[in-house]
Design a protein. Structure first.
Length: 193
């Protein structure tokens, strides 16, 4: 009311494309409430409230699972169930999204909403898994400064860095390669070249 007494309109006027410039308040409101036509005042309010509701994030999980071959058996199933995610439904969607990876371990971030729905984002495999696969070793060294378990070339490190570039906090490919080389040193793998 105070704004109207100062010369401002009671609600803003927006010129519509098919009406002359100026005050188009008479045409604006019917267009805004056209989807609500034929409903009672109470029904309109419920529709407006429903349109305004957003899904609320109640949980966020980070998991590692074999791509394309994950099962709802422990430890994955109980962790998902405890977070409010239907394990069978998640595993089915996850395996469909990662079927081309054929058992390679990948990271996944799951976002759970208040209506028990979820979304997930597939991340690349951990650098240590990719390095062990490139060096053909089963596990890293327990004492990487003394015992070396394998060797990789700079070309292999560059390929791994390119694959993980979107997940790394690196500004260039060279910086990403240095991160991968550091992981190789901590795993007991020597980088040649």
């Amino acid at each position: 009311m105070a704004l109207a007494s100062r010369g401002f309109p009671a609600y803003p006027s927006f010129p519509q494309p098919d009406c002359p410039a100026g005050n188009s308040q008479d045409r604006l409101l019917p267009r805004l409430f056209a989807p609500l036509a034929g409903t009672s005042t109470k029904g309109r309010w419920e529709v407006v409230q429903h349109m305004a509701k957003k899904k609320e994030v109640i949980n966020r999980l980070k998991i590692m699972a074999p791509g394309g071959t994950a099962t709802p058996a422990p430890p994955l199933g109980p962790a998902l169930g405890g977070a409010g995610v239907n394990p069978g439904q998640f595993i089915q969607q996850f395996n469909a999204a990662t079927k081309e990876l054929k058992g390679r371990v990948v990271g996944c971030i799951i976002t759970v909403f208040n209506d028990r729905s979820f979304t997930f984002e597939i991340k690349s495999s951990p650098a240590s898994v990719l390095l062990k696969a490139a060096a053909n070793v089963d596990k890293g060294s327990g004492t990487p400064n003394k015992n070396k378990v394998g060797k990789v070339t700079r070309a292999q490190v560059q390929k791994i860095a390119q694959e993980k570039m979107s997940d790394l906090n690196a500004g260039s490919l060279e910086a990403a390669m240095r991160i991968i080389e550091g992981t190789a040193r901590s795993t007991g793998i020597v980088v040649e070249g």
